[in-house]
Design a protein around this ligand. Structure first.
Ligand SMILES: CC(C)(COP(=O)(O)OP(=O)(O)OC[C@H]1O[C@@H](n2cnc3c(N)ncnc32)[C@H](O)[C@@H]1O)[C@@H](O)C(=O)NCCC(=O)NCCS
Ligand SMILES: Nc1ncnc2c1ncn2[C@@H]1O[C@H](COP(=O)(O)OP(=O)(O)OP(=O)(O)O)[C@@H](O)[C@H]1O
Length: 270
């Protein structure tokens, strides 16, 4: 089974891509944001740890529900507090994710997607077969983040300062590109994004169509061996990229691997 790690920057379009992968191509999605919510619901160990660390200031007036906005204001403005929250939530999310992958494998899926905003930062990129980064430049990212409707209608849209502090809480997207096996450039329309997604899925389908995939499923030790080889090759390839980057070549190569966005094309042709 092909385990695909899908990442990007905040509001770069990961959910839009995973929506396409799920609805159009029927690929199961394991959504880290969803799991991160589930592991801190009232009564869970995560919930108790959050209250014990952050206190009642992160509770709504009902005294039970977590006030996500209040928690965001703290963690997106203070790296130490963000690390504290991560250390509560991330182990539980990782645990839940492993189970979801096992369930996909047992049900005979040919692929599954881990939609994880912090795939690179948390080191999970090492454990997937393919890393896909959804890319937009920062001005477009900021504009889309501010324009995105909040799931809670009572919440005000993010200010520029709030939006920037969320963007800065993650590794710069250009740096994430150095980890990518595939880059989806989301600077254009959703239709243009869909064309890139379709072509990537076709490539994966061809790659997974052979008898070896069926053999790996039927003979689990072989499947495990193939997974170890994939992970080992990924580490070696990335170390080589980093070594090239240190020699001053790799970073440009990664950035050049994405198509120029519309504004850049317009500027170049002016
Ligand atoms: C801070 C919280 C309460 C904000 O909740 P809110 O509903 O406003 O946002 P939501 O959960 O939908 O996250 C939106 C986006 O913010 C970014 N983000 C969330 N948490 C983090 C973090 N710790 N560091 C960097 N970026 C983050 C991601 O890109 C995510 O997709 C929540 O995101 C949270 O519990 N974060 C810690 C867990 C985490 O790291 N989640 C990311 C996936 S594991
Ligand atoms: N090609 C596009 N053109 C215009 N708007 C887009 C495009 N792709 C995504 N959007 C919009 O940008 C916003 C962010 O997209 P999306 O929610 O998919 O990003 P995300 O990377 O999943 O964000 P997060 O990390 O916060 O979960 C959404 O409002 C979405 O509708």
């Amino acid at each position: 089974m092909l385990v695909i790690g899908l990442t990007g920057g905040i509001a770069s379009g990961k959910s839009t891509v995973s929506g396409l992968l799920s609805s159009k191509h029927n690929i199961p999605i394991i959504d880290a944001d969803y799991l991160a919510r589930a592991v801190i619901l009232p009564g869970t160990r995560g919930y108790k740890a959050i209250i014990s660390h952050f206190g009642n200031q992160v509770l709504k007036p009902d005294g039970v529900t977590l006030d996500r906005q209040a928690l965001s204001d703290i963690v997106f403005n203070d790296e130490r507090e963000r690390k504290a929250l991560n250390s509560i939530v991330h182990p539980a999310v990782r645990h839940a994710m492993v189970w979801e992958v096992v369930k996909c494998w047992l049900s005979g899926q040919w692929a599954c997607v881990l939609d994880v905003p912090l795939l690179i930062e948390a080191g999970l990129w090492r454990w997937v077969g393919e890393v896909v980064v959804v890319y937009v430049n920062e001005p477009l990212q900021l504009a889309r983040l501010k324009a995105r409707p909040s799931p809670n209608p009572n919440e005000r849209p993010l200010s520029t300062t709030q939006a920037l502090s969320r963007i800065k809480a993650q590794m710069p997207l250009t740096e994430k590109l150095t980890y990518a096996d595939h880059v989806l450039d989301n600077s254009g329309t959703e239709n243009e994004l869909q064309i890139q997604v379709d072509s990537l899925v076709n490539k994966w389908k061809k790659q997974s169509a052979g008898w070896t995939q069926k053999l790996y499923w039927l003979v689990p030790p072989l499947g495990l061996w193939a997974a170890f080889v994939t992970v080992g090759v990924r580490w070696l390839r990335h170390n080589r990229k980093i070594a090239n980057k240190r020699r001053g070549r790799g970073e440009n190569a990664a950035v050049e691997s994405i198509p120029p966005n519309r504004e850049e094309v317009e500027m170049r042709t002016r």
